[in-house]
Ligand binder design. Structure first.
Ligand SMILES: [Zn+2]
Length: 216
């Protein structure tokens, strides 16, 4: 068993810490630039597009097509100045998201998660944080939303290796927000009716600052 564990620590795209979580804070600028440099930016789907409102398919093929998609997602995320992006936000029905996001200490986390599952936290770890949240698929709108300030996600990296990712602060919010996307939920689905309406009004009144896919 020990042998297998050691192998796993070195076979993934990113190194892991002694608790088995990926270390996604090393060379974030270089890694993000490498993905983005190979990719082409795509327009962002917005609320109302059916691809955003249903559960995406599991990733089963961790080959070149996925690698190309991930590169394009980093490019799109950069164009739209996002900190996280789910595949259905570029119109692709697959469970994968990318992120480039600071945590509560301002440390930058950069990575890719396929088939993410949020880990249920014990009650004592569920400290709610009520910060503002926004979404590239609800352009220009923001609303406060209470979420746990710590999150763990299990899934696979872009090569198919099992991974665990954890985060605090804004990055914890990002992990939850992006996982929600892949199950067909937007953050505005977690708001009260009135707050949701207000977010949609903000979106209707302002122009997005990046290319979006028009809804029919
Ligand atoms: Zn979003």
């Amino acid at each position: 068993m020990a042998q297998q564990d050691t192998e796993q620590q070195h076979s993934g795209v990113l190194p892991v810490d002694d608790e088995g979580f990926v270390i996604d804070t090393g060379n974030p600028e270089e890694r993000e630039a490498a993905y983005r440099g190979r990719g082409t930016s795509r327009p962002i789907t917005v609320v109302g597009n059916p691809v955003l409102h249903k559960e995406c398919r599991d990733v089963t093929d961790f080959g070149d097509d996925l690698a190309r998609l991930v590169d394009d997602m980093f490019a799109s995320q950069h164009t739209a100045e996002g900190v996280g992006l789910a595949a259905n936000q570029v119109g692709v029905d697959l469970k994968v998201f990318v992120y480039d996001c600071p945590d509560d200490e301002g440390k930058r986390h950069t990575g890719v998660i396929c088939n993410p599952v949020l880990v249920e936290l014990p009650a004592e770890r569920r400290q709610l944080d009520e910060s503002n949240e926004g979404c590239l698929s609800v352009p220009t709108a923001y609303a406060p939303l209470a979420r746990p300030d710590y999150a763990e996600v299990t899934g696979r990296d872009e090569k198919g290796n099992p991974i665990k990712v954890r985060g605090t602060g804004y990055f914890a919010r990002c992990l939850q927000h992006e996982t929600d996307h892949l199950y067909g939920y937007l953050y505005i689905d977690r708001l009260s009716k009135r707050e949701r309406k207000d977010a949609l009004r903000q979106m209707a009144e302002n122009e997005p600052r990046y290319p979006v896919v028009a809804n029919d």
